[in-house]
Design a protein around this ligand. Structure first.
Ligand code: SAM
Length: 190
C-alpha cells in the first residue's frame, strides 16, 4: 500500500516537528511506544514530558526507556495531561515542538479507563499556549468504543473551531474502513 497508514503518518508529522535538543510531550504514555519514539527524536540534550493516570503505564514506559538506555531523555508523570502547563517548567513554555495523544484505553489494560474529551481539550488548549511556532500536536483518535465515539464528536467540534489565525488543523482518515479504524487530527501552531 502506497498511502501512509495512520501511525506511521503520525510519526512522520512528529519527525518534521521535533529535532535533537527539543522539548516534546507524550500526553498518553500507555505502554511507552510514543515516549520512546519521541525520546529518540529529542536525544540526550532534549526532554520528553510524558503523562498517564495509570501507574502500570508509567512502569511499562519506564522499563522500556531503561532497557533502551533512554531514561535521561524523558520525564514521566503520573498525572493527567490536563496538568501539562503546571508540569512543564515555565522556561520551556513557547518551546515545545511536538506532542502526541494516543486516545482511548491502555492496550492490555483496564478498558474502562479511557481518555475523555473535556480533559483532552483542556490539554490541547494548554499546549497551544506552550507550543513553539510550527509546533505540531497529533491526536490519534480511537472511536470504536462507545466513549471513544463521544470523545471524537466533541473533539471534532472543538478543533473545527480553532481560529485559523492561530493554527492549521488537518484530518487524515481512511474513510471506507470497517470497525471504525483510528484517524488523525494534526494541529500546527502558526
Ligand atoms: N501511546 C500509548 C502507547 O504507546 O502504548 C498508548 C496510549 S493508550 C491508547 C491511552 C492512555 O491514556 C491510557 O494508558 C490511559 O491511562 C491514558 N489516559 C487516560 N486519561 C488520561 C489523562 N487525563 N491524562 C493522561 N493520560 C490519560
Amino acid at each position: 500500500m502506497k498511502l501512509e497508514r495512520v501511525i506511521p503518518f503520525a510519526h512522520q508529522l512528529l519527525e518534521k516537528a521535533v529535532s535533537k535538543g527539543d522539548i516534546a510531550i507524550d500526553a498518553t504514555m500507555g505502554n511507552g511506544h510514543d515516549t520512546v519514539f519521541l525520546a529518540n527524536l529529542v536525544g540526550d540534550k532534549g526532554k520528553v514530558y510524558s503523562f498517564d493516570i495509570q501507574k502500570d503505564a508509567l512502569l511499562a514506559t519506564k522499563d522500556k526507556l531503561t532497557s533502551l538506555e533512554l531514561e535521561a531523555a524523558a520525564s514521566l508523570h503520573l498525572c493527567g495531561h490536563e496538568h501539562i502547563m503546571e508540569v512543564v517548567p515555565s522556561m520551556y513554555h513557547g518551546k515545545v515542538s511536538g506532542a502526541i495523544f494516543n486516545l482511548g484505553y491502555l492496550p492490555g489494560g483496564d478498558k474502562s479507563i479511557v481518555t475523555k474529551a473535556e480533559t483532552t481539550i483542556a490539554a490541547i488548549e494548554q499546549l497551544l499556549q506552550i507550543l513553539s511556532e510550527e509546533g505540531i500536536i497529533v491526536l490519534v483518535i480511537y472511536h470504536g468504543h462507545p466513549e471513544g465515539a463521544i470523545e471524537r464528536d466533541k473533539l471534532i467540534a472543538y478543533v473545527e473551531n480553532i481560529n485559523q489565525q492561530e493554527a492549521h488543523v488537518l484530518r487524515y482518515q481512511f474513510i471506507n474502513g470497517i470497525n471504525n479504524p483510528p484517524f488523525i487530527i494534526a494541529i500546527e501552531k502558526k
